[in-house]
Design a protein around this ligand. Structure first.
Ligand code: SAM
Ligand code: SF4
Ligand code: SF4
Length: 386
């Protein structure tokens, strides 16, 4: 059955207009915060990773993210004037970097739909971390436009890409993107990204039980030994429109178990603090990790909370700062950046917001009965970015 006809889709609760105002910088309590590369929230977590959504539009209609029933021809996207300009994004990004951000990921919606995205990439690629090193600058895409754009993205200064790909089987893939897009074109895009040197490339597969879980093994076979890292993502209860049910989640432990029926795997250590994926390496005949065969990752956002070292902030297309993927409100930075605020005021505001952060939704969800997804007031993934 097409996800389009699923009875589980829940009407959209539009949270876009409900941003929290940032108090006038001069009035913020707690003294002036200047950026010194080390911002710590109430749970001791440093700000390191900024995800910037550059558009709320997409050329796919994945049922778990932008179901067609909601995101149809009558859906109102943000008007162009609401979007942060490239100059505004770069000015804000600079302040985040001054506060310690080392990695910026462009996302959306589909980021390659944002006109002249290369111009933004060029601007961001000139930023330097507080240690003077270039940023880890990356982008998550559905790959539809990648074959066309890989080289210009690389030339603009993008370092690497993550490509979302939920199936190799063309019929399954077309059903999941729900716009009849052929898988061959995404695979071409991945090859173009490899050829352009946009690596190491990660491939993200959201696993939904009964929809694409039969693709777990074929995907692993295809990417094993390719130099690409395939990551299996638990279907999350993000947003409120996808009609999420726990029954649809394939826990990462089950994914690993299924893979181990064909490939011996061994757990690998994390490469950096705050890493979202648990790494598993393909083992050789002696049981040691075979680097040629590579590794896979599992992202267990539902069954194994990882809020403890969550160092990610999210900037929406219209300039709201979200402190958690599951938050129901963001802070309105756009009115600051479009107003009288100086760079020092912006830095102070960001510092003030992050130092007050206590979000740990996934951990709390683990401790409570699972949400049915029903009328939850949560921001949509396509708006906040993944
Ligand atoms: N359009 C781009 C893409 O699909 O790669 C970037 C934006 S998309 C919102 C970012 C990531 O979020 C994708 O890898 C997508 O698979 C993932 N995602 C969206 N909805 C999800 C959900 N309900 N559960 C888990 N992952 C989800
Ligand atoms: Fe579009 Fe990405 Fe959401 Fe799919 S997951 S609908 S490609 S934004
Ligand atoms: Fe971070 Fe929120 Fe996800 Fe926890 S639930 S890991 S705080 S984004």
């Amino acid at each position: 059955m097409s996800e389009r006809f699923s009875p589980k889709v829940v009407p959209l609760v539009d949270l876009r207009a409900g941003a929290l105002p940032v108090p006038a910088a001069a009035n913020l309590p707690g003294g002036r915060i200047t950026a010194n590369g080390l911002l710590t929230d109430t749970l001791g977590r440093n700000l390191r990773d900024l995800r910037i959504s550059v558009t709320d539009r997409c050329n796919f209609r994945c049922g778990y993210c932008m179901p067609k029933e909601i995101f149809d021809k009558d859906y109102t996207y943000l008007p162009h004037a609401s979007l942060l300009s490239f100059e505004e994004i770069t000015r804000l990004a600079q302040q985040f970097v001054n506060h310690g951000v080392q990695k910026i990921r462009l996302t959306g919606g589909e980021p390659l739909l944002r006109k002249n995205i290369e111009v933004l990439i060029e601007k961001l690629s000139r930023l330097r971390t507080v240690d003077g090193t270039p940023l880890d600058l990356t982008l998550t895409t559905n790959g539809a436009l990648l074959a066309r754009k890989a080289q210009s993205l690389k030339d603009a200064g993008l370092q690497r890409v993550t490509v979302s790909l939920d199936a190799l089987d063309d019929a399954v893939f077309r059903r999941m993107n729900d716009v009849d897009f052929p898988v061959a074109d995404v695979l071409d895009g991945i090859r173009a990204a490899q050829a352009a040197g946009l690596g190491p490339i990660k491939v993200n597969m959201v696993v939904k039980r009964g929809t694409n879980d039969q693709e777990i093994l074929p995907m692993a076979r295809y990417f094993k030994g390719s130099g690409l890292v395939l990551r299996f993502i638990e279907y999350m209860d993000v947003g409120a429109t996808n009609g999420w049910r726990m029954d649809d989640v394939v826990p990462s432990a089950e994914v690993v178990q299924r893979l181990q029926t064909e490939f011996p795997l061994l757990a690998l250590a994390p490469t950096s603090p705050g890493e979202t994926a648990q790494r598993w390496g393909y083992a050789d005949a002696s049981g040691a990790h075979d680097p040629q065969a590579g590794e896979i990752g599992v992202i267990s956002s539902v069954t194994q909370a990882f809020c403890g070292d969550c160092n990610r902030a999210r900037l929406t297309t219209e300039g709201q700062l979200y402190l958690c993927l599951f938050a129901n409100q963001g802070y309105d930075l756009r009115s600051l950046v479009r107003g009288e605020a100086s760079d020092a005021d912006l830095a102070h505001a960001i510092g003030h917001i992050w130092t007050g952060r206590s979000d740990r939704y996934s951990e709390l969800r683990g401790a409570q009965a699972p949400d049915t997804g029903g009328g939850a007031r949560r921001v949509e993934m396509s708006y906040i970015g993944g």
